[in-house]
Design a protein around this ligand. Structure first.
Ligand code: FES
Ligand SMILES: [Fe+2]
Length: 358
């Protein structure tokens, strides 16, 4: 079950050029293209005539023409032309989706178009800030999206999975961890005081020896993350230091827009943003390389975990995997799972006209 009444990332802005772009989101086949003025359009990627993907066709002005028998649809999904006849059969159309472009993302509203609320789009101002550098990827992952949420709300894994770059043992063993919930947002803050710097921090940051370090992971439904990785010299940190966009003396932000593709696959829009002054130009290729290594290590784990679940003799699934063994650092992700379950249930109830939970 998906939470549909939300904006989901469909593409990075620069992925959507002059050609139609097809992708599956929440089990729905979606077509994206740009009108002549650059405005993005999102339509069902299935011709009303014989169900051929419209992405096999071509963009004609502000419209899209099916590549099979040439039916033309406007940007609202109405069929405006059938070659060889005066007009289209009444009501011939494909579904259209609300779409918005902001901060380098193209977002599509997957729920009832009536409910699409632009104000609910999350702000990622560092993605297009002139003083910030960004490295980003659109990853296609053969795993359920819930496994990604679990990963990002328990960053103790950084100690083991990323132990040749951003991680070392103190990240799991010496961290003070605070789990907070603000409405439907879950925030997990991990603070490590007077610990040795892991490789990436030692190489690019200002403290090659011991320092204070923090990770602040904030999850917002349905599947967005803003992660603040910060550090300072031991003893220099002021109380109340932790804010989502403040990484202290040296650090970087990590953003994730996570879009379920199917129950077993996911689009992950991942970006690292850093102040240009924090990483000198000549160091950026190596810094990016280390960041990319980290996300590739995560992808390999998600996919291995999904394959292991696929053949689990006890029937564990991405949905119930956390009901088995629970450890202390699971608290944040269990809260997120609870919110997802409640929101999904409320959406289903609303659809049926039943009362929703208070
Ligand atoms: S299938 Fe699209 S025009 Fe026939
Ligand atoms: Fe990771």
């Amino acid at each position: 079950m998906y939470m549909k009444n939300h904006w989901y990332v469909a593409a990075w802005s620069d992925e959507l050029g002059s050609e139609p772009l097809a992708l599956t989101m929440l089990d729905e086949d979606v077509l994206l293209y740009r009108k002549r003025d650059g405005t993005p359009v999102a339509l069902e990627n299935r011709c009303a005539h014989r169900r051929v993907p419209l992405s096999k066709g071509r963009i004609v002005g502000d419209e899209i023409q099916c590549g099979y028998h040439g039916l033309v649809y406007d940007s609202a999904g109405a069929c405006v032309k059938v070659p060889g006849q005066a007009r289209a059969p009444r009501g011939t159309r494909v579904k259209s989706y609300p779409v918005i472009e902001r901060h380098a993302f193209v977002y599509v509203w997957m729920g009832d178009p009536e409910d699409a609320d632009e104000a609910s789009i999350i702000d990622f101002p560092r993605l297009d800030h002139p003083e910030w550098g960004v490295t980003k990827l659109h990853l296609h992952i053969e795993a359920n999206y819930l496994l990604l949420i679990d990963n990002l709300l328990d960053l103790s894994h950084v100690a083991y999975l990323h132990d040749t770059t951003i991680g070392n043992a103190p990240v799991a063993e010496d961290a003070e961890v605070i789990h907070e919930r603000h409405g439907d947002t879950v925030r997990v803050t991990r603070e490590m005081v007077d610990v040795p710097a892991a490789r990436t921090y030692a190489e690019f940051g200002s403290h090659p020896g011991n320092f204070d370090r923090w990770q602040l992971a904030e999850w917002r439904p349905p599947a967005y993350f803003l992660i603040n990785n910060g550090s300072e010299g031991t003893g220099a940190r002021k109380p109340g230091r932790y804010r989502v966009f403040d990484q202290g003396e040296w650090g970087f932000q990590v953003y994730h827009g996570i879009t379920p593709e199917t129950r077993r696959s996911t689009h992950q829009f991942w970006a690292i943003a850093y102040e240009l002054s924090a990483v000198p130009k000549e160091s950026r290729p190596e810094f990016h390389r280390q960041c990319h290594q980290v996300i590739r290590e995560d992808v390999a784990i998600y996919e291995a975990q999904q394959r292991s679940l696929d053949s689990d003799p006890e029937g564990a699934t991405p949905e119930n995997v956390n009901e088995r063994v629970r450890i202390r650092f699971d608290e944040g992700l269990l809260q997120a799972r609870e919110i997802i379950a409640r929101m999904s249930k409320d959406e289903a109830a609303e659809k049926k006209g039943e009362p929703i939970s208070g």
